[in-house]
Every structure is written in structure tokens, then in C-alpha cells.
Design a binder for this molecule. Structure first.
Ligand SMILES: [Zn+2]
Length: 150
């Protein structure tokens, strides 16, 4: 690591701090000019594989997820940006888990949680597909649950 002031390549670490995402920040002092500077080490994480309910594995597919959420939000007052943001958030949370694989329902639950705040009609549409609600009674129960938690 070269000193940004004089270009010398030796420095000593004065202080090391870790943030919540596992990234490391080091405060350094140049051994030649004694100026201080910081370096930052970022953890690169890959996303976990998703374990489907039938036990097969599937790679996380951002486009596929976005497509499903878009369908649920069809003709609802939800902006494309909000949908992108929700998917970004889900991706980040998956990476932060740092696991090689997670059940795919983890992703479904995150979508449900996000849609609950974005648009309740979209939430119910997604729930019908995702929870496999196939009769009016279970759909009504889900709506009641939604109304109760408000
Ligand atoms: Zn220096």
C-alpha cells in the first residue's frame, strides 16, 4: 500500500476497525513522511444457492424475482424504482447472510415483507401465488392477518 502523500510503500497500522458487514478499515501512518491515511478492505460475497421446496437447488435469479414482483404490482401505484430497490435490498440481505445455500422461502418471505409496506394489494396477489392460497377462505384469512398487523 503506497502512501498517497509521498508514494513510499511501507506504513504501519495504527488502528483497525470492523464494520457490521465485515469490512475492515485501517488507519495507517507512512514510515517515511509520517502522514496518516486510511485503507479499506471490502468483503466480496457471493449469493447463496436457493434450496427449493422439492430439494433441488437453484441460483438466485434477480430478473426472475423482479418479474414475479412486477406481476404482483401490475397496474398498482408502485414505481419501477421502488421495485428495483426492493430487489437490491433482498440481494444485499442474501449476501450478508454469508451462507452457501438458504431455503428459497427466505427470499419469498423477504418479498412479502417488502410488498407489505409498498402496496397491500400487490402483497395479497403475491401471497396468493407464493403461499399457494387457492381458496377464498385462506385468501380472506391472509387479508385479515394483514389488516390486524396494521
Ligand atoms: Zn509518506
Amino acid at each position: 500500500m503506497r502512501c498517497p502523500f509521498c508514494g513510499y510503500n511501507k506504513s504501519r497500522v495504527i488502528d483497525t476497525t470492523h464494520d457490521a458487514h465485515g469490512n475492515i478499515r485501517r488507519r495507517r501512518e507512512c514510515l517515511q513522511c509520517h502522514q496518516r491515511f486510511s485503507t479499506y478492505e471490502r468483503v466480496l460475497r457471493s449469493k447463496p444457492m436457493l434450496i427449493k421446496s422439492d430439494g433441488t437447488r437453484e441460483a438466485f435469479d434477480r430478473e426472475k424475482l423482479l418479474r414475479g414482483i412486477r406481476i404482483a404490482c401490475w397496474k398498482r401505484p408502485v414505481s419501477a424504482t421502488a421495485l428495483e430497490r426492493l430487489v437490491d435490498e433482498i440481494e444485499t440481505r442474501l449476501q450478508a447472510m454469508g451462507k452457501p445455500e438458504v431455503p428459497s422461502r427466505v427470499v419469498g418471505d423477504m418479498v412479502m415483507e417488502g410488498l407489505k409496506h409498498l402496496d397491500q394489494v400487490a402483497y395479497i396477489r403475491y401471497a396468493i401465488v407464493y403461499l399457494g392460497l387457492d381458496d377464498l377462505i385462506s385468501i380472506r384469512d391472509e387479508i385479515n392477518r394483514l389488516l390486524e398487523t396494521d
